[in-house]
Design a protein. Structure first.
Length: 72
């Protein structure tokens, strides 16, 4: 059985691999080569439950926090 640290490490590695693929940007409707920040909030099944794009303002951070809290 994997430890929490090992699971986190594996998840991080998988996520970094995803970010290296431009096909993921296309699938998630994120412009390739764009300079805007994109934050995706996923639930435990890997479904996107929140999305914020652009400069991380206080309002956008609050939006992400609200989405995460409502998904619990």
């Amino acid at each position: 059985m994997e430890t929490v640290d090992e699971t986190s490490r594996l998840a991080g590695h998988a996520f970094q691999s995803l970010l290296a693929e431009t096909s993921v940007e296309t699938a998630l409707n994120i412009p390739t080569g764009g300079a805007s920040a994109h934050v995706l909030v996923l639930n435990s099944e890997g479904q996107i439950i929140g999305r914020v794009r652009g400069l991380p303002t206080e309002q956008r951070v609050s939006q992400v926090k609200s989405t995460v809290r409502s998904a619990k």
